[in-house]
Design a protein around this ligand. Structure first.
Ligand code: BGC
Length: 921
């Protein structure tokens, strides 16, 4: 009996062992098949779309040794005949950025695909679930539609002192289906904003279509599969169009009285589109926007992104977007031209409703003025529910904070009117939400409401181009967890078609300095690959003719000198991070000529390798108490650009360029050190920011770097573990301190609650990241009025600490491009009891957690299939490191790479690990 049990036990153990060593019993599975970063995208226009997937599998050290992709022109053929592409078995561990290489893809066609992989032992997986994509209209000659709109006249107003807000335009076309449909696709766009309607419903779930571009260069269109929404007999397709970025107010133009305050790209919005009908009998038909459509005004009386929307329900053309509607009083649309740009598919992610917020409180600071608190500071709109007499006007205004008297603060909105008005038609419950405006707010002020509103009168609809679902973070200090939540809320609020500086005031521009400083943080919190690909098109389009990248992109204003050090460098830093995080070299190719031109611009502007401050220079914008010279900022970012250019050139196989930029970097480094680094190791300017930038950008002479880091640490200590930095210095202080081992100090700053610090805003009740360190204080609510001209409560720039939180506190980074060789190097310190975090990389989720049990450090690490990681454990004594109660040297999926002073480096294969180590700190 005993021996039988032993045999059984041994058998089970061997089975367990073989399971984890993969002799082939469990194959990998393929998840999240994507094309061009999207799940089943419609209307792609790249000739060679790129495939990606994530792998799952039990056990450790699992990887892909080969893949096969099959593409077919129908679902049926996918199982029998790869008529478009069969990659064959390709021996590689690549599971993303895999280029399509089949027969040429055809306009207006749908493709089906699946993939299969072989694991490290050669075992084949099941085929992935079938996925698909479609190609859009690839040739200009495929387009048949005219740009149509509706003449609403033009009310000339005084440009600066009164607003011109024309009504939205409605367009409709009725058509009849007498034959059975096989496939129906709508290709649509607008100069302005549009919402597509079909048989009474909105088509798709995106807003702010077709997106913002430099309309002189390009216009994006959308592709909708509408097969399922058509019916026998009469169908109606329609569009509501409004000014949007094309013709409406943009940014601060009104505030600073630019020549133009609206209509930067055109005056009248227009719609263009076509429906492709493929019948089951093999015939086909195109219904394109033309003079046979009908046009009219309707209930939307005003519609402007920053000014707000006015809806008069009494003027509704009820049933206009469905069949059986009498449109005899509708007009023939006006035809417009679009002479300049190209028509392309939107490469990014579209604005969608990502969350619904129920009010947490309603107050009545004045009789009849109701203030709804939605609990957090978002970008989006309020949906209104109301019942009352016809003609009642309900007005909604929006604020990020309350004044002492309980009213909303709107001074910081500057020229953004941000007011929505709804006029009731009467006769029952009415529900309304605007289509073409959005606001940055936590509070909604409702006036004119008939009776006392209940909490369902207002619902907050969060709008964003991204889902911030790629990261989790938790620390033993709860303040830091609130900070993390606030960072995500603010990223979501500002990743709105472009990365905006803020969502509330008359600005909402793609400020490049903010975007570059936050770029890496952005990648941790969300999959921003497609979103940033789109922004890089904007940036490339907006590059100044002399080579500088502008202050913001798109760049609608006609001002020549709009560039600034650390802002224009977005043109280098953002592409670099796209490469580093997503292993995306295609975007580097796209940007390369422009980046080279920018490097030349910098070289021309430099004297002896030092780029001066030039341009509009904000230096370390919004720094407190210390000022870093603009020349220092210019010179240091030039060095950083050269360093990143060398790496990018290398990635593209441009070896000569790589050598050129490496030597440029060395020259800049030398010149920089001569001018700014003293023999003591101090910088000549001795501000926190100067140390942070020079150390992080590797501009310190090797023999002085440690001294520089020590000086930075000492300065921070002397300053009570508080910053004196602005947009540029802040995150780099954290990164530089951790780079040189001063983790304790980083954690002290991270947990600081005195001004200026992140904790200060959390303690003051923030739900978002503020523009200024002192945007608001509880004791001095008026403070927010003092800075009202420039005081946003939703500015992600200072949220750039997320980069440090993930790279250092949690300790997740990538050694190569694209997280195949991961680095797990948490900044362990006694200043924190635990940190716990995860990041969903392009290869799958990486997690890292550490906590103290007395002097024992527990580290839990998990890395996805098809990756390896170097894990840094802060002790040199290998025998003190255990997994469970096993010595790590006995575990096959762990390799000890190096053990040196206070540190052991392990290499692990995929899977979950729990280490414990005696650590003396
Ligand atoms: C924006 C900033 C931007 C800055 C340039 C501001 O108005 O809100 O975030 O970077 O201008 O100094």
């Amino acid at each position: 009996m005993k021996t039988k049990l032993t045999i059984l036990l041994i058998a089970l153990l061997t089975l367990g062992n073989s399971y984890s060593q993969n002799t082939g019993s469990n194959s990998l599975s393929i998840e999240e098949p994507k094309v061009e970063y999207h799940k089943n995208p419609e209307g792609l226009d790249v000739p060679k779309p790129r495939f990606s997937w994530i792998l799952n599998g039990e056990g450790r050290s699992r990887s892909q040794s080969s893949y096969q992709i099959i593409v077919a022109s129908s679902m049926k053929l996918l199982d029998s005949q790869a008529d478009v592409w069969d990659s064959g078995k390709v021996n590689t561990n690549h599971s993303n950025q895999i280029e399509f290489d089949g027969i040429p893809l055809v306009s207006d066609s749908k493709y089906y695909w699946k993939a299969k992989v072989w694991d490290e032992s050669g075992n084949a997986s099941e085929w992935s679930a079938p996925a698909h994509w479609s190609m859009g209209l690839l040739k200009f000659s495929n387009w048949k539609g005219l740009f149509i709109g509706h003449d609403v006249g033009y009310n000339k107003t005084d440009k600066y002192d009164s607003l011109y807000l024309p009504p939205a335009r409605y367009l409709r076309k009725s058509f009849t289906l007498n034959k059975k449909i096989k496939k129906a696709t709508a290709y649509t766009t607008a100069l302005g904003l549009y919402e597509l309607r079909l048989n009474g419903n909105k088509v798709g779930d995106a807003n702010f279509l077709p997106g913002w571009t430099d309309y002189n260069e390009r216009l994006y269109y959308q592709t909708f599969d509408i097969t399922e929404s058509l019916q026998d007999g009469e169908n109606v397709i329609g569009a509501v169009i409004a000014d949007g970025w094309y013709a409406g107010y943009i940014g601060y133009a009104l505030l600073v009285r630019l020549d133009k305050v609206r209509e930067f790209y055109g005056v009248n919005p227009s719609f263009m589109g076509q429906v492709h009908l493929e019948y089951q009998d093999g015939s086909s038909e195109i219904i394109a926007s033309d003079r046979s459509w009908k046009s009219k005004e309707g209930a939307i009386r005003e519609a402007d992104i920053i000014m707000g929307e006015t809806y008069d329900a009494r003027l509704e053309n009820s049933g206009w977007d469905g069949p059986n509607y009498d449109d005899t009083d509708w007009k023939t649309p006006k035809v417009y031209t679009y002479p300049n740009g190209q028509l392309q598919t939107h490469p990014g992610t579209l604005v969608k409703n990502t969350e619904r917020l129920i009010p947490i409180n309603i107050t009545e600071p004045e009789p009849g003025t109701y203030v709804f608190d939605l609990g957090k500071n978002i970008a989006g709109i309020a949906s209104l529910k109301v019942q009352g007499p016809k003609g009642t006007r309900v007005q909604l205004r929006f604020g990020e904070i309350l004044k002492r008297d309980g009213n909303i603060q709107t001074e910081n909105l500057r020229k953004a009117r941000a007011t929505d008005t709804y006029i009731l038609k009467g006769g029952g419950v009415e529900n309304w939400q605007p289509k073409f405006t959005y606001h940055g707010f936590q509070y909604v002020e409702v006036t004119g409401y008939p009776g006392k509103p209940t909490s369902d009168a207002i619902t907050g609809l969060v709008l964003s181009s991204i889902e911030t679902d790629a990261s989790t973070f938790s620390a033993s200090n709860p303040m830091n967890n609130t900070l993390f939540k606030n960072i995500k809320t603010t990223q979501s609020a500002n990743f709105f078609e472009i990365p905006t500086d803020c969502p509330q005031r008359d600005e909402r521009l793609g400020w490049t300095g903010d975007a570059q400083t936050y770029m890496r943080s952005a990648t941790y919190n969300a999959d921003v690959a497609a979103f940033m690909t789109k922004f890089l098109v904007d940036l490339d389009d907006a590059q100044r003719w002399y080579g500088a990248y502008p202050n913001f992109a798109p760049f609608p204003y006609s001002r020549p000198n709009q560039y600034a050090p650390a802002w224009m460098d977005a043109g280098i830093i953002i592409p670099y991070n796209m490469y580093k995080v997503y292993n995306d070299t295609r975007v580097l190719e796209y940007m390369y000529a422009g980046m080279e031109k920018f490097m030349q611009f910098q070289e021309d502007a430099s004297t002896d390798y030092l780029r001066p401050g030039g341009g509009n220079n904000w230096g370390d914008w919004l720094a407190v108490n210390e000022e870093t010279s603009h020349d220092f900022v210019g010179a240091s970012f030039y060095g950083y650009d050269a360093k990143l250019m060398a790496e990018m050139a290398e990635a593209l196989g441009r070896t000569e360029d790589a050598t050129k930029y490496r030597s440029l970097f060395n020259n800049i480094k030398k010149a920089f050190a001569q001018k700014y680094i003293l023999n003591s190791g101090n910088t000549s300017e001795d501000t926190q920011t100067t140390y942070a930038l020079a150390l992080y950008f590797d501009l310190y002479p090797d023999d002085l770097a440690k001294k520089g880091a020590a000086r930075l640490a000492e300065k921070i200590k002397k300053n009570g573990f508080k910053f004196s930095t602005g947009f540029l210095g802040t995150k780099h202080v954290m990164l530089a301190l951790s780079k040189y081992g001063y983790n304790d100090i980083s954690y002290k700053i991270f947990q600081q609650t005195e001004y200026p610090s992140w904790g200060y805003s959390v303690e003051n009740g923030s739900t978002s990241i503020w523009e200024r360190w002192n945007s608001y204080t509880k004791d001095d609510a008026e403070n927010s009025d003092i800075n009202a001209k420039m005081n946003s409560f939703s500015h992600y720039a200072f949220g750039s600490v997320a980069e440090w939180m993930f790279q250092h506190a949690v300790g997740i980074d990538t050694e190569d491009a694209g997280y195949r060789n991961i680095i797990i190097k948490p900044a362990i310190s006694k200043e924190m009891n635990y940190i716990n975090g995860s990041y969903k990389s392009i290869n799958g989720t990486v997690s890292s957690a550490w906590n103290w049990k007395g002097n024992k450090l527990i580290m839990n690490v998990e890395i996805p299939v098809n990756t390896t990681a170097k894990v840094y454990i802060p002790t040199a004594k290998i025998s003190d490191i255990k997994e469970g109660n096993k010595s790590i040297s006995k575990i096959p999926s762990i390799k000890i790479l190096e053990s040196k002073e206070k540190e052991t480096i392990l290499e692990i294969g995929s899977g979950a690990y729990s280490f414990s180590a005696k650590v003396v700190m």
